[in-house]
Structure formats: C-alpha cells, structure tokens
Design a protein around this ligand. Structure first.
Ligand SMILES: [Zn+2]
Ligand SMILES: [Zn+2]
Length: 117
C-alpha cells in the first residue's frame, strides 16, 4: 500500500491514543486484494507509529500490515449518519472534541460537541 498526498478542504485530527487530536494529512491510498487493486482518498496520521486513518466512507480506521481494520469507536452524524471527524481540540480541565460531518451540504448545518473526562 502506498500513499499519495491530495488536496482537501478540511483537516480531521487523529483520535488514537495519547497523541489524540494530532493533525492528519490528506492522502490517496492504494491497495490490492488478490488480483484487484483499489484506491480511495483519505487522511493519515503523521505521528510516528500511528496506524490511524480517516475517510468519509469509513470514518476512523487502522491499517495494519496492509490490512484495513475497523475502528472501535466512531461518532456518526445525527443528521445523515456519516462518520464524523474531529475538527478541533481544546486542552484544559476536560478534553473537548468537536465532531463535524464531512458531507458537503450537511457539514455546516450542525456541530456536535462531545465531552469526555
Ligand atoms: Zn495518530
Ligand atoms: Zn451529516
């Protein structure tokens, strides 16, 4: 699997582990399953050793040994059901993640704030 950068108008942040909210970079993923190759646009975390990716279709997921693994936790848009991405991170007494819908036409309609201790 190789990666190629692409343009995008939004920047999700990684939701993995202790470096949560690390900015992700737009990439194009190319993979191969048997004789079939595939590619799709997504985002990759640049933190060393992190396997977390995001795209509009699958939300957050991991790629380990060129295999896509489902992610354990995914916030879905309350309006259209799309997997949302983390847009901002406000350090402080409590961790605040702001989730945003990636769908064009829906993304500006509502933000959902999720607070975790
Ligand atoms: Zn990461
Ligand atoms: Zn939506």
């Amino acid at each position: 699997m190789t990666l190629q950068r692409m343009r995008a108008d939004f920047q999700p942040r990684c939701n993995a582990g202790s470096h949560s909210a690390y900015p992700m970079v737009p990439v194009h993923l190319f993979g191969r399953v048997g004789p079939d190759s595939y590619s799709f646009a997504g985002f990759a975390c640049e933190q060393r050793g992190c396997t977390r990716y995001y795209n509009i279709t699958n939300g957050y997921f991991d790629i380990v040994d060129n295999q896509i693994k489902g992610s354990a936790h995914q916030e879905l848009c309350p309006l259209c059901g799309s997997p949302m991405y983390i847009e901002s991170f406000e350090p402080g007494g409590r961790v605040v993640r702001e989730f945003r819908c990636p769908q064009f036409g829906c993304r500006s309609s509502r933000d959902m704030r999720v607070q975790r201790s």
